[in-house]
Design a protein around this ligand. Sequence first.
Ligand code: FE2
Ligand code: FE2
Length: 314
Amino acid sequence: MSTFLSEEKTVQLLRELEPVAEAELNRHLAVAKEWFPHEYVPWSQGSDFDGVLGGDAWAVEQSKIPDVARTALIVNLLTEDNLPSYHFEIAKFFGRDGAWGTWVHRWTAEEGRHGVAIRDYLTVTRAVDPVALERARMVHMGTGYEAAYDDMLHTLAYVSFQELATRISHRNTGSASGEPVCEQLLARIATDENLHMIFYRNLLAAAFEREPNMTMRAVADIVQNFQMPGHSIEGFTRKSVQIANAGIYDLRQHRDQVLVPVLRQWKVWDVTGLDEEGEKARFELDQFLAELETAASRFEQRRDERAARVAARV
Ligand SMILES: [Fe+2]
Ligand SMILES: [Fe+2]
């Protein structure tokens, strides 16, 4: 049995889910609040840079943001910057017509706001090196982003987790910045990411009712192979270790605040009538979560031990 829906079945499922997409889109439009990036940027703190305007070059002492928060902000912004590739992926799988198409464009417009807001904030406050940032953006967007699975259900499962993961990561980056305005901005963005997660999560819940076995397979694949959307950023592994050590996004949060709540919402453990393949997928899911629990506990233990050693030295 194939792990992917056939093209014919995909078209059929998208059509069946169209009324759900419409209802979710309307719910989203009713609750999403309009907001403006410029209101979160302290323009009065801005000054000219070197180069064309002959101002001061960026220097690390100008940044009021701690090292690790700076790293996280750069990762979060570069992730948002890759929007053209994400748009391509979701437009490819969800289409550009009807409620699905309206969602794809609305979602893209909302995500576009995130990159604009974070970049303006970071540039005006001189929080990060604008030259290094621009060069990193060129490299990252030059690499693009490609979904790991060429399939609509896998994409829907991926974005359900990914939106929640970015919500947690933005929110915790804001706290780590120690700057109230930065924190407010990232909390505002995190609210958007949460609403995005709800849209995708509810669509996937509807897919579970119609195609339980294939949906379970897609969910199991995504959970076992999940990578953050910014994983192709240069030096991502090193950066993600720093981010995890600072408690901005680590294995414990990934398991307990991202994977498990979404899986519970889908009631994956209550789905009945699965065939052999569906049961196998759910079994893999259980096994993986148990392994992740062990890995998360081990990570926390090592981090605590390291912190205790540092404290003992002081
Ligand atoms: Fe975003
Ligand atoms: Fe989002």
